[in-house]
Design a protein around this ligand. Structure first.
Ligand code: FE2
Ligand code: FE2
Length: 269
């Protein structure tokens, strides 16, 4: 992370927003609004993450004073964007409905008991978010969203680097094996895109299409549309590198695995 001042909402040139470029895009609307709901509720499940690292002041302090405020800021900036780009959408009402359902279900995340493996899990999440916002940055030609998505994906990459650094430290201390790391990677990958995005989209969709039925089929249809738009812009190579990095494979093995994983990632996207 650079020593430069971190960006704030005041750095975003909101008045330059060109609504015409996004107003009619259902996909962008869904991508930005659901992300805003999820990011802004970060604090619901982070309390126990910070507790998990009690006693390690460097990690707990960074989670509390660096990571969490940045994630919340992502939510606030995306909320501001939604309000300006799609003013008919009642963000506050949708958030209330979302929070009522999500808050009741959102148990503190089940953390992996070994700190090194929990760090692996966090690396997967940050790989996922940095991929998402990078694709969003490239997919839109609306200048304010483009800039906002860049700020956010740079933050997410910074988060990844922190978690990865702490992972290495705890890997030495806890002596975890590569098989355990692979297990944690796989476990977290399976969890990506579970309940939270389903619930977020449910409330966004209900506001957009009052009275219309919403179920897994509708969810998958919307996700498919968004993916179709975003997948040409997914930074496959970088994402796969981020995913494989904690396995610490020999460069020769990594060179062999990388293209295989990239085609897998492409097929999944
Ligand atoms: Fe974020
Ligand atoms: Fe993040």
């Amino acid at each position: 992370m650079s020593e430069e001042r971190h960006w704030t909402l005041a750095d975003i040139p909101w008045h330059e927003l060109e609504r015409d470029r996004v107003a009619d895009s259902e996909e962008l609307f869904y991508m930005v609004s659901t992300a805003s709901l999820i990011e802004i509720t970060t604090d619901l499940y982070t309390r126990n993450l910070t507790q998990h690292f009690a006693g390690d002041e460097e990690v707990a302090g960074w989670l509390r004073d660096g990571w969490e405020p940045e994630e919340l800021q992502h939510g606030q900036a995306l909320r501001e964007y939604v309000r300006r780009a799609w003013p008919d959408f009642d963000w506050d009402a949708v958030y209330r409905a979302f929070l009522e359902e999500y808050g009741a279900r959102c148990k503190p995340e089940a953390l992996l008991p070994l700190r090194s493996l929990e760090m692996v899990s966090r690396c997967v999440v940050e790989m996922g978010t940095s991929t998402y916002y990078t694709a969003l940055h490239h997919v839109t030609d609306e200048p304010v969203l483009k800039r906002l998505a860049r700020h956010i994906y740079e933050d997410e990459i910074g988060h990844y680097k922190h978690f990865y650094k702490y992972f290495r430290r705890y890997r030495e201390r806890e002596g975890v094996t590569r098989a355990q790391v692979l297990g944690a990677l796989w476990h977290r990958l399976k969890m990506i895109e579970e309940e939270d995005s389903y619930i977020a989209l449910k409330h966004v969709y209900a506001a957009r299409h009052p009275g219309r039925r919403y179920d897994k089929r509708v969810y998958r249809r919307v996700v498919k549309r968004c993916r179709r738009l975003a997948s040409p812009h997914v930074p496959h190579e970088r994402s796969v590198k981020m995913l494989l990095k904690p396995l610490d494979m020999a460069p020769t093995v990594e060179r062999w695995v990388q293209p295989v994983m990239e085609s897998v990632a492409r097929a999944v996207a």
